[in-house]
Design a protein around this ligand. Sequence first.
Ligand SMILES: Cc1cc2nc3c(=O)[nH]c(=O)nc-3n(C[C@H](O)[C@H](O)[C@H](O)COP(=O)(O)OP(=O)(O)OC[C@H]3O[C@@H](n4cnc5c(N)ncnc54)[C@H](O)[C@@H]3O)c2cc1C
Length: 311
Amino acid sequence: MRGGIAELKVRLKQAKAGELLYPHTAMKVGGPAELFIEADTSQKLVEAVIAAREIGVPYFVMAGGSNLVISDAGLSGLVIRYTACNLVADDLTLGCEGGLSLWSLVQEAGNRGWAGLESLAGIPGSVGGAVFGNAGAFGYSISDILESGIVLTPANTIETVGNDYFKFRYRHSYLKESGDILLSVKLKFKPGDKEALWQKMKEILTLRAEKHPPHDWPCAGSFFKNIEKAGEPYGKLAAGILLDKVGAKNLRIGQAGVYFKHANIIVNYGGARFADIRRLANLMRQKVFDEFGITLEEEIRYVDGSGRKQA
Ligand SMILES: Cc1cc2nc3c(=O)[nH]c(=O)nc-3n(C[C@H](O)[C@H](O)[C@H](O)COP(=O)(O)OP(=O)(O)OC[C@H]3O[C@@H](n4cnc5c(N)ncnc54)[C@H](O)[C@@H]3O)c2cc1C
């Protein structure tokens, strides 16, 4: 064990060496973490990040693993899986820790008859991951109702920040640039009708079930971002439409293949390699570029050691 890692292991007693990461991801790809810790309180998350920063060990914070394609070689340094999920409700406001599943939050709001998150029904992953990538669907995103967040800054201070701080845009937040770690959020809802909200959520879940692979087929949802374009539904030209036009549904490399019903979803058909997925994605992008002159950008995040911005 390297010096820094050994020192970190002494400081973080619950950290484990060699935890395989693929079971913690939706794509079911990813080798061992040199050191892995589950942070089931925000205090543990803060302690782990600060310890890694002080000792100079690279670290990566993940949660639901639904938007990640992790290297088969695994990750050096510390991987922290954030699972803290406390939730409090007050006056049309829900406050929760970032490790709470987004679906739990959506259901909580629906059960209270509070409107604002119902379009996000069925999006997997955590609230923290949703804020990081400004998750959304059907023209709505989490940024629409986020009032404030508590972040651990790169300077190791804990600060409460407002919506503006996150510089939200389509599938983007400032967290992608800054290295801030999101501990918790407050979301402000509008009064709604419980029955109507659940009706809408059920319709959305049905639509999603028709579009997406069955739950036990490993995938990371839409692989590429849509293209922002005025005049298109929700202001976006669907990457899936372009991919379909270039015949992407027939593409497969190794055990990684494009889903036959949705050209913007890559499925791991069993034992797909990180390199296969990346090559397949590059081929899909190239075909769209050759035909339309448009360069698709990944919505998912590759994590292979070299691309770890939080370190
Ligand atoms: C079947 C399927 C359907 C999907 N449909 C949609 C959809 O309709 N719309 C949509 O927007 N997305 C969709 N996604 C993508 C995914 O669900 C979202 O991106 C989700 O919000 C990611 O959350 P996570 O907890 O899984 O994050 P992870 O995959 O664990 O991490 C993603 C990124 O977030 C960062 N992160 C996580 N938690 C924190 C934190 N507390 N502080 C700082 N950074 C953090 C990680 O470092 C990482 O870079 C889909 C995925 C799947 C598998």
